[in-house]
Design a protein around this ligand. Sequence first.
Ligand SMILES: NC(=O)CC[C@H](N)C(=O)O
Length: 222
Amino acid sequence: MHAAVIVFPGSNCDRDLAVAFERAGARVSMVWHKDTSMPEGVDIIGVPGGFSYGDYLRCGAIAANSPICRAVVGHADRGGYVLGVCNGFQILTETGILPGALLRNAGLKYVCKPVDLHVTTDQSAFTQSYTAGSTITVPIAHHDGNYFADEATLDRLQAEDRVAFTYARNPNGSARDIAGILSGNRRVLGMMPHPERMAEPLHGGSDGAAMFAGLVQQLADA
Ligand SMILES: NC(=O)CC[C@H](N)C(=O)O
């Protein structure tokens, strides 16, 4: 399984994401934001967390218009897999690959701490290694993690079983406690918490590792 991890100026979780994929058995290519295409045979694109372009004008807004993001959109349009974590989730909403937007945290503060997440669905390559209804612990680290979408979009996400994770205790004001959502074809996941930062015992927990293991298993079989 071949994963590409995008590197923007200001990314700070790109290496963490690459290591999480590698430890699960994937081959990883790092791809610079000025590139215009993916390496041959990429199965999944990881859009990492961080502060792409210094979070100007809004988190993810400039990255969404970077040269490489045209290739990310093309990959998603062709039914390819994409994982966007934190700033990556913000970038995926800014490109329109995923619906909604990430607003300033309700408490107007940067929040950095482990949080409990409910796994809402196991019906995706990202969440198949978890039990639906179980609770996992994964850190958050963001100031713009307050998921917003109009009521019709939120209803549709829930009706289509596309809410992947919800917060056990909402840390940022997200609508309906949403921490992560899937695309309509279930091949794109955007989430604010960082599974790659809780992926081995030295991180203080390894609940995030099952996501990468599940992806490698599914995409190796594909
Ligand atoms: N860890 C991250 O990716 C942070 C994303 C963004 N810079 C924010 O603070 O909201």
